[in-house]
Ligand binder design. Structure first.
Ligand code: CDP
Length: 587
């Protein structure tokens, strides 16, 4: 496709200081010496124009590529929507791998295992993250037919994947992230649960235990459950479900790992069950996928969808603006599929069939600050549901419109939508809530649906200069209340929160809460509210104070199940020195 010329009247993007650094280091194009030769404006135009150019393929398209390119440019440079990092890095560069999320199968043979290692390396190189289920691998010490020897088991192979990852930087920028999942009924489950006991062990992996409904029922009734050999499908032992759950909780209390995913629930929502079971998610857990499937994500900045009431006082959400952004973003993400070149033919085939996209949100805490609604309140939890229902309904309506222009996703007829005569849709899934680790830095907004970590903090800049950085909505509110001063900002930067600052107005202390001020249950309620109207899953960490007990973690894990979440990750403050990726720091 020929390159679209940059319009002469294209406005320069406004870029915040942190974004400048991140964009130059990771996203703008560099020559062989590592010198950046692409401006941020050129970057956003490269992405906007190459994704809009895909429109030309469709005879019945209702929009013109040149006009669409301009719309996409404005959408991204207003930071109302950003596509996932690989799209920003690679679109229009000839590299063409634009998706963040992949799941690869790991079969029970040496060939299959090393194929998966190789395929993961190819995906990491192109900027994607990989998830694997190790559940098909035979248990440690079981017999190997061909040699009469004994098998090494999932964990020893997992270490090989971890080592391989260590050596490959994603597109020369960051190290790859992985998810490793083992079903709770795999005979090696106890070893797997303890796999990250030592700090730094398997540090390129997030681990999750795949919990089944049968297991959860056994926990509830304090019964034993069966361990099944994957290679022979025979029961080879049993464990007490509560004891296993207890060890799981103990390890999560110690280090945050492993997380849990509810496999049966994920498969209940599998839109294309005739293509097989979903065994794993992507690295950060928000995107369950079939083996060899990939998905590209994008996030809407909800902080931009705030509208001051007509009377200048009552504030509200600008629903019309949100609708406009959702529709444009869905078109963008569907075009990304066409613009992508995947590293394996199996992936091209799977993505081509189901055309999954994952539109999500970021800037949720920023929106709540503007609306003056505390994150830890029923009003916020109810609003989350309303917002996400709106996003999903509009995303589906946009996907329907695309299906009318371009045809439904090829597997539509055999999908649950086809069976129920819903649709047709262009995409088997439309919504996913990503962590937005780097996107939120570029957009200058709060990440995903997380509360802020600190209202104000000290950032070390070059030459040992210290810069106090604060949330803009918080600063504005302080100014409005006549309470702003540089001295106060420095004080807040020391602790991050204003919870105990009695001299500040009560209203501000109620609204401007941070992750550490919030009772864990609110984290979970918020996750469940967003999950209710998200096709895929929600990336969320339930933050706990260092003093949190194992009983509290048990309770959170259990409630995550009761509330209908697809999985949960906890992190007890100070419980491990390094965390697996998914922050803006990458490696
Ligand atoms: O903000 P950004 O688009 O960079 O990524 P994110 O929303 O924090 O993460 C979305 C997904 O990108 C993750 O779940 C992974 O699948 C992938 N990812 C990765 O492969 N490597 C990383 N270092 C970070 C994210």
């Amino acid at each position: 496709m020929s390159k679209m010329k940059m319009p002469t009247n294209l406005p320069d993007p406004i870029i915040n200081e942190n974004a400048k650094i991140v964009l130059a280091r990771r996203y703008q194009k560099k020559d062989t010496e590592g010198t950046v030769y692409e401006t941020a404006k050129e970057l956003f135009w490269r992405v906007a124009s190459s994704i809009a150019a895909e429109e030309a393929k469709y005879d019945r398209s209702t929009v013109k590529p040149a006009a669409l390119a301009r719309d996409f440019y404005d959408l991204m440079t207003s930071y109302s929507f950003l596509p996932n990092s690989p799209t920003l890095m690679n679109a229009g560069t000839g590299l063409g791998q634009l998706a963040a999320c992949f799941v690869l199968p790991v079969g029970d043979s040496i060939e299959d295992i090393f194929d998966a290692v190789k395929h993961a390396a190819m995906i990491h190189k192109s900027g994607g993250g990989t998830g694997f289920s190790f559940s098909r691998l035979r248990a440690k010490d079981s017999v190997v037919g061909s040699t009469g020897g004994v098998a090494s088991g999932p964990l020893s192979f997992l270490r090989i994947f971890n080592c391989a990852t260590e050596q490959i930087k994603q597109g020369g920028t960051r190290r790859g992230a992985n998810m490793g999942i083992l079903r709770v009924d795999h005979p090696d489950i106890l070893e797997f649960i303890k796999a990250k006991e030592r700090d730094g062990e398997l540090n390129n992996f997030n681990l999750s235990i795949g919990l089944t409904e049968a297991f959860m029922r056994a926990v509830e009734k304090n019964e034993d459950y069966d361990l099944v050999a994957p290679n022979s499908a025979t029961v080879i032992g049993s464990l007490n479900a509560r004891e296993v759950f207890n060890i799981l909780v103990q390890k999560a209390w110690e280090s945050g790992d492993p997380g849990i995913v509810f496999l049966d629930r994920i498969n209940r929502d599998n839109p294309t069950p005739t293509q097989g079971d979903i065994e794993s998610t992507n690295p950060c857990g928000e995107q369950p996928l079939l083996p060899y499937e990939a998905c590209n994500l994008g996030s809407i900045n909800l902080g931009n969808c705030y509208a001051r009431g007509h009377n200048g006082k009552d504030s509200e959400i600008d629903w019309d603006e949100l609708r406009r952004i959702v529709h444009l973003s869905v078109r963008f993400l569907d075009n990304v599929i066409d613009a992508s070149v995947y590293p394996l033919p199996q992936i091209t085939e799977m993505v081509g069939k189901n055309r999954k996209i994952g539109l999500g949100v970021m800037g949720w805490a920023d929106l709540l600050y503007q609306l003056r609604v505390p994150y830890n309140s029923q009003t916020a939890v109810d609003l989350a549901e309303r917002v996400m229902k709106f996003v999903r309904d509009e995303a589906r309506s946009a996907s329907k419109q695309l299906a009318a222009e371009r045809g439904p996703f090829p597997a539509y007829a055999e999908s649950v939508f086809g069976e129920a005569n819903l649709g047709p849709y262009r995409n088997a899934t439309t919504t996913t809530i990503a962590p937005t680790g780097t996107l939120s830095i570029i957009g200058g907004c709060s990440s995903g649906v997380e509360p802020l970590f600190a209202l104000s903090f000290v950032r070390n800049v070059m030459d040992n200069d210290k810069l106090v950085e604060s949330n803009p909505f918080f600063e504005a509110a302080l100014k409005e209340a006549d309470a702003h001063s540089p001295k106060l900002m420095e004080e807040i930067a020391k602790v991050g929160t204003i919870r105990k600052m009695d001299h500040l107005p009560e209203e501000l202390r109620r609204v401007f809460v941070t992750a550490m001020d919030i009772e864990p249950i609110w984290h979970l309620k918020m996750q469940a509210s967003f999950q209710k109207y998200t096709d895929n899953a929600v990336s969320k960490t339930v933050n706990l104070p260092n003093s949190a007990t194992k009983e509290e973690i048990w309770d959170i894990y259990w409630k995550a199940y009761e509330y209908g979440c697809k999985g949960v990750t906890v992190y007890r403050d100070g419980s491990k020195t390094s965390q697996v990726l998914c922050t803006g720091d990458g490696d």
